[in-house]
Design a protein around this ligand. Sequence first.
Ligand SMILES: [Zn+2]
Length: 202
Amino acid sequence: MAFESESPLDTLWKEYGRVFADFDDLTLARWLAQTLGQLEGKAWRLSHPLVGAYRLAAQLGHDRQIWHKRLATAPVAYAESPCCRAPFLPLLTRDVRESGLICQHCNETLVPFDEIPAELRGEIESWAQQYEPVHAVAHWDDRQRKRAGSYDAAYENAAQEAEKFLAFAGKNLAPKLLNFYAAAIWEDQDECLEVRPEDVPM
Ligand SMILES: [Zn+2]
């Protein structure tokens, strides 16, 4: 979130996040550890309010090096992340082939694509590969748009396809991550195609 230029939504999330700024380190560490217990064993939508709150607290916890201070212990099911030593909490996005699974604490790559367990990597790869040209419709240049005839129709069609790809990730891919990780999060929107979480039924 921090790397993108500030949108009104970013400003709003920053405002939401202020609640955690009032927590001292010990309170923040306990809140994170307890909430990880509640997240455990499930695949979560990125848009879920509990996940949103956790991400805000986790980023602040990262800034304050909470997990290095060992103030609270995460539930044992969570391994330690190689990127920042926080508990292992991966996010699956359509960019998984380039970025791997993303750490929800430091926003870096938590699991490089090549290190995703082999029995799952192929399925994730073909999903991301098929999704890519659909997402790309949002970024077509003028020539590509003209070639399509009606760009509005092509865009709408792509948005409907994207809804299906996202639902597939939520139903079929994210739950399988639970065979390897204590909890998992999947991106349930495509902002470039204006697909919102409520457009992605489970
Ligand atoms: Zn990390």
